[in-house]
Every structure is written in structure tokens, then in C-alpha cells.
Design a protein around this ligand. Structure first.
Ligand SMILES: Cc1cc2nc3c(=O)[nH]c(=O)nc-3n(C[C@H](O)[C@H](O)[C@H](O)COP(=O)(O)OP(=O)(O)OC[C@H]3O[C@@H](n4cnc5c(N)ncnc54)[C@H](O)[C@@H]3O)c2cc1C
Length: 440
């Protein structure tokens, strides 16, 4: 089997980094061999989590496991190996009139990673998490045995693996249901909100929309705290789109991709440059309410248009801080958090607000809970740990928690929500860090 010894790896935030032995199995026997020859290891997909979730001294890469097993074009069921990327699925499924029912803000994640984090999208309040549309998956457990898991077959293992962050075994393949679409376009509305009260009201009013999300300017204070733009959308039907699109409704034009060719120097990202960026972003839309049609890439994956955008934060990297707080405390909790960030001057280009709907109580390891969730990037610098401590304290006081797949340095009591993931073989450095706190 190929093993890359002492390979340096990072996840998307480039912080932290670690040297690991990367096992790259070519066959089921090599998967078994990797698992039996290591004392402790964790599965790794495309490294699009942040922090240390897919880190261990030994990791097992699923990226070579990227074959399609079955695609039922009549009913929309797809079965793939766990290393297949969502982008590969879309390339095959959109021309056939199907879309991934729940997708995160990047399409460059594997199916194994989607299940292990039980990812959510802009439609959580309507379609739940990725697992809602999952039929079954095959999991290799400690003994090397392959176990089929579904709601009926091995349901305990099914539910603990969903959102279980790779701590129950290695997902080898999965079958799930796609959503029927008539076009590759989204009917999109962009609405400006002048502050937090306005954007919260907009979320409440937009609950019947399938997709809702807001981008915030986190350096605003006072009456403008929470200044934002809401995007809401629906898959466009054939009747709605222009004659031009109707000719080939399931095809989108390939766009040239931008690339960040090198790490930005440390001074490049500072409160002033973020202020300028935010000013340009939040003022480019002249009207308060704009309606248009955009292709699915523009609507779901705007960040994927810029290759290596994670380099803009420089070599020290960045963390993503994502929390959820219950709806009752939403407005006041969020106000306190945004005020703390604005006062710290530690700005973020990327600030995304969403409203989660009801969660599935059976999927007990999934992160979402009913309430407001905010995700923001912070460049790693000397003051960051102190800021995170302050934010964690507010999240905890408001009954919230932190998303494990983004966690790098939060208070373990906020990420300590996983159950039934007690394997001693499948273990991440992140889980060890969180468990050390549990034992104290
Ligand atoms: C730009 C960007 C936007 C994002 N937006 C969202 C969002 O909107 N919603 C959301 O929910 N998430 C979002 N994420 C997070 C991302 O969807 C998850 O971290 C996802 O799990 C990454 O998948 P991956 O294949 O890269 O897995 P990795 O990052 O390699 O691993 C993530 C976790 O999955 C486990 N894992 C991976 N493969 C397997 C397998 N085969 N078997 C068992 N365990 C496995 C790993 O052990 C690890 O714990 C975003 C990330 C980025 C970079």
C-alpha cells in the first residue's frame, strides 16, 4: 500500500498543521491492512474542514475512492464511493435534471465528509441536513468488517456515524436521493437590511423560501450593527427562464476561475482593507431589492470561483468560527457577539448568517439546532485566542454551541456534544483535545 510518511497536512484554514502518515488504500484489503496496522487513525476526505477534525498521526485518505456505483436517472437515487466530490456528482446529475438536496457552501467536499459532518445548507429549515436524504452507507469498522447502515440495518451505527466526525469507522460508499430540477438556474432575490432587527425580520418573513442566507458586514456598529444582504432563492422552472436559457436549461456556461497564486503578506488583511472590501460589497447593489436569475454555481458556491482563496489570510492561516444560538436568545445574543467583534477590530471578510429549522432528534450527532447560526473567518494572530474566549463565553451563556467541523480552539464544553463514538482505533486529534477537558 502507498503510505506518504511524515506528510505535512492542513485543513482549509491552514491552521493548525501537522505531520502525518497518510495511508492511501487501493483495495478493500488495503483498507483492512491500514486499520489493523495502526493503533489510532482517522479518515480524511478533501480536507475542507477547518481546524484539527481530520488530523491524527495516521490518516487514511479516501480520495482515490471516487467511482460512481449507480445512478437511477428515473428516480434520482445515486450511489458512489465515499471519496467522490459533490462537484463530480453535480457534473453528472445536473444535465440529467437532478441537484444535491443539501449542499454546503463549497462543492469540493467528499460524500464521506458530507456524512461525517452531516452538512447543512441554505435550506436547513426546509430540507434538514445531508442525512435526511441518505438511504444507506457502508462502513468499515475496527475489525475490518464492512457494515451496511441504514434506518433499518444497524440503526445505532447509522445515527452515530452521521455527524460522527469519522470516529466510528471509515465510510466506503453511500446511496442517497437527489432533488429533481427543471433548470440549472436559481430565481434569486437580494435584499439589503440596514441592521440586525431588519435582517432577523427578513428571515422570519422568508421561511417559505427554500434557500435563505445573509452576508453581514461585521465592522458596523450602533444603528448599523448587523448591516447585511439577504439572498433567497428557488430552483427556477422552465416557464420562468429566458428563451435563451430554455434552449439548454440544464447547462451553465463555464466561467474562468480566478486564482490566488501565493500567500498574501501579513499586512494585506487589516481592518482598513476589510472596511474597503465591505464598503464595495455592501454598496455594489444600488436598489434595496433586486430580483434576477443566476446559475447554481453563482448562488451556492461563490467562493469556489476563486481557487486557493484561503491564501488571502497569509501563511499563519485562519479559523472559521461557527456557532448556533437558540431562536429565543437569537437577537440579543447575536447583537452581543457582533458588538464584541466590531469592538475588537478583528474583522472578517466572510460573515454568513442563517436560520436553522427543526433538527432531527434521531441524528443526535448533527450540529444544527433550531436557531440562528453565524459563521465567520478570523485570521490567526496574537489577539485571536482572547477574542475566541470572549465569544465562546457569550455563545455558552446563550445556550449555543460550536460546529465541530470548523472548530480549532473553542472551549471544549461547546463542542462536546457527540455520543456513541467511543472507538479507540478511530480517533482524531480534535477529539482527544475535547475529551481531555471531559476527563478534568
Ligand atoms: C468554503 C467552505 C464552505 C463550507 N460551508 C459549509 C456549509 O455551508 N455547511 C456545512 O455544514 N459545512 C460547510 N463547510 C464544511 C465542510 O462541508 C465539512 O467540513 C466537510 O465535512 C468537509 O468534507 P471533506 O471531504 O473535505 O472532509 P475532511 O475535511 O477531510 O474531513 C471532515 C470530517 O469528516 C471525516 N471524514 C471524511 N471522510 C470520511 C469517511 N470516508 N469516513 C468517515 N469519516 C470521514 C473526517 O474524519 C473529519 O472528521 C464548508 C467548508 C468550506 C471550506
Amino acid at each position: 500500500m502507498r503510505i506518504n510518511k511524515s506528510k505535512s497536512i492542513t485543513n482549509w484554514g491552514l491552521y493548525p498543521s501537522i505531520k502525518t502518515n497518510e495511508y492511501i488504500p487501493q483495495s478493500i484489503d488495503e483498507y483492512k491492512e491500514a486499520i489493523s496496522s495502526s493503533n489510532k487513525l482517522i479518515a480524511r476526505g478533501n480536507g475542507r474542514c477547518y481546524g484539527d477534525a481530520s488530523f491524527q498521526n495516521d490518516v487514511i485518505s479516501t480520495k482515490k475512492w471516487n467511482k460512481f456505483i449507480d445512478f437511477d436517472r428515473d428516480r434520482g437515487f445515486i450511489e458512489v464511493e465515499a471519496g467522490v466530490l459533490l462537484s463530480d456528482i453535480l457534473e453528472a446529475s445536473v444535465p440529467a435534471g437532478y441537484f444535491i438536496t443539501v449542499t454546503p457552501g463549497t462543492k469540493f467536499i467528499t460524500v464521506g465528509g458530507a456524512i461525517a459532518s452531516d452538512v447543512h445548507g441554505k435550506n436547513h429549515h426546509v430540507d434538514g441536513c445531508f442525512s435526511e436524504h441518505l438511504v444507506y452507507f457502508d462502513l468499515m469498522i475496527e475489525s475490518g468488517e464492512i457494515v451496511r447502515c441504514s434506518r433499518n440495518d444497524n440503526p445505532e451505527l447509522f445515527w452515530s456515524t452521521i455527524g460522527g466526525m469519522g470516529l466510528t469507522g471509515v465510510i466506503l460508499s453511500a446511496r442517497f436521493l437527489l432533488k429533481k430540477i427543471e433548470t440549472a438556474y436559481i430565481r434569486n432575490e437580494a435584499i439589503q437590511a440596514k441592521n440586525l432587527d431588519e435582517i432577523f425580520k427578513l428571515f422570519e418573513e422568508s421561511e417559505s423560501w427554500t434557500y435563505t442566507v445573509a452576508w453581514l458586514d461585521c465592522l458596523q456598529k450602533g444603528d448599523s450593527l448587523g448591516k447585511s444582504i439577504m439572498l433567497r432563492g428557488e430552483h427556477a422552472t422552465l416557464d420562468e427562464v429566458s428563451e435563451n436559457i430554455k434552449k439548454n436549461p440544464l447547462k451553465i456556461k463555464k466561467k474562468p476561475k480566478l486564482n490566488i497564486p501565493f500567500f498574501f503578506p501579513n499586512f494585506a488583511l487589516n481592518p482598513l482593507s476589510i472596511k474597503v472590501f465591505n464598503w464595495l460589497y455592501f454598496n455594489k447593489q444600488l436598489k434595496k431589492h433586486v430580483k434576477n436569475y443566476v446559475d447554481y454555481d453563482q448562488f451556492f458556491y461563490p467562493l469556489d470561483m476563486v481557487h486557493n482563496w484561503n491564501r488571502i489570510y497569509g501563511k499563519n492561516g485562519f479559523i472559521q468560527y461557527q456557532f448556533v444560538i437558540p431562536k429565543n436568545n437569537g437577537l440579543e445574543g447575536m447583537r452581543e457577539i457582533l458588538k464584541t467583534i466590531a469592538d475588537s477590530g478583528n474583522g472578517s471578510f466572510l460573515v454568513v448568517l442563517k436560520l436553522f429549522g427543526e433538527s432531527n432528534s434521531k441524528a443526535y450527532n448533527s450540529f444544527p439546532q433550531p436557531g440562528y447560526t453565524l459563521a465567520l473567518d478570523f485570521k490567526v494572530n496574537k489577539g485571536l485566542k482572547k477574542l475566541i474566549e470572549k465569544l465562546d463565553e457569550i455563545v455558552e451563556r446563550n445556550g449555543g454551541r460550536i460546529y465541530r467541523t470548523k472548530d480549532a480552539m473553542s472551549k471544549p464544553s461547546l463542542t462536546n456534544y457527540l455520543k456513541n463514538v467511543d472507538s479507540t482505533k478511530f480517533e482524531s486529534i480534535q477529539n482527544e483535545r475535547i475529551n481531555r477537558f471531559k476527563k478534568q
